[in-house]
Design a protein around this ligand. Structure first.
Ligand SMILES: [Zn+2]
Length: 279
């Protein structure tokens, strides 16, 4: 890559914004504290973005995650307050692209709000949403997603990923791989056991798409860990490691679920951390 990756400025398919449960988004952090960073509505929901990342290399257009797509039925769409006025097609159009222009699609993990847009229903059949693309998926995450248990089954919708295997478009990866020059997938355990972040290096700059490790700028402090996380102590360890690198290297961090700030540089500010937006 010659330049820092350009990313989709708007938000994911069928989902400009959603509203997530404030308590679940902040785990053990008491509401009087989190509410100052993320005001709640009358149903205790906070506003979240759903923001895939578009990376353009000289040869390819690569999409990392694809939002919720059409994965939710009406009841869940209401619970999550999904705003469908703008979605990934609009964001791609704003970048001068359509779904057919995407060469590679990468999953950070297989939760429905990240891969719901991977497939689409055409005449009753579920097909890959990006007709020319290969899909890069971690094989261990796939194993967990296809063998869910009581604690995680509500997060995995088989229709959003199993049809890709049947269509023969999945490239499975192991942990910590360079999928293209300057594009690394790194294990970032905690949210799920095999959750990954994406490291983009371009000349002397590094950017991280951290997915659900730090879903919003309110999550940059170590203890602000989602209640959704299956392994919160792993999240803590991963976060400490990533934050130390990110602060020292002045990395650009992409926040997938932040309602307002797409990307920023994290800086230590006394005992707290602060995010200086870069977009
Ligand atoms: Zn997730």
């Amino acid at each position: 890559m010659r330049a820092l990756p350009r990313h989709v400025v708007d938000h994911a398919d069928a989902t400009r914004l959603e509203r997530g449960d404030g308590g679940a988004m902040f785990g053990v952090v008491p509401k009087p504290l989190w509410e100052r960073r993320a005001p709640a509505d009358e149903r205790n929901r906070i506003t979240l973005g759903l923001r895939p990342l578009l990376v353009r290399t000289p040869d390819e257009r690569i999409l990392i995650d694809a939002g919720v797509g059409g994965a939710l039925g009406p009841k869940d769409a209401d619970i999550y307050g999904v705003d469908q006025t703008e979605h990934l097609d609009h964001a791609l159009a704003a970048a001068g692209l359509t779904a057919s222009d995407i060469d590679l699609v990468v999953a950070t993990h297989l939760h429905f709000d990240h891969v719901g847009g991977f497939t689409t229903r055409v005449d009753g059949a579920i097909r890959p949403r990006f007709p020319r693309a290969r899909y890069v998926i971690n094989r261990h995450e796939w194993q967990d997603a296809t063998h869910p248990h009581e604690r995680n089954h509500a997060s995995y919708f088989a229709d959003t990923f199993v049809p890709l295997l049947e269509a023969g478009v999945v490239d499975f990866t192991d942990h910590d791989v360079e999928i293209r020059p300057g594009i690394h997938l790194e294990r970032a355990s905690g949210h799920t056991m095999h959750h990954q972040l994406v490291r983009l290096t371009s000349e002397d700059r590094t950017a991280l798409y951290v997915a659900d490790l730090m879903p919003t700028t309110a999550h940059v402090d170590e203890a602000w860990i989602m209640g959704y996380d299956l392994y919160p102590m792993d999240t803590l360890a991963t976060k400490k490691r990533v934050l130390a690198q990110a602060i020292a290297g002045e990395y650009v961090i992409f926040f997938e679920h932040d309602p307002a700030i797409e990307a920023g540089v994290i800086r230590q500010d006394g005992r707290r951390k602060r995010v200086d937006p870069v977009v």
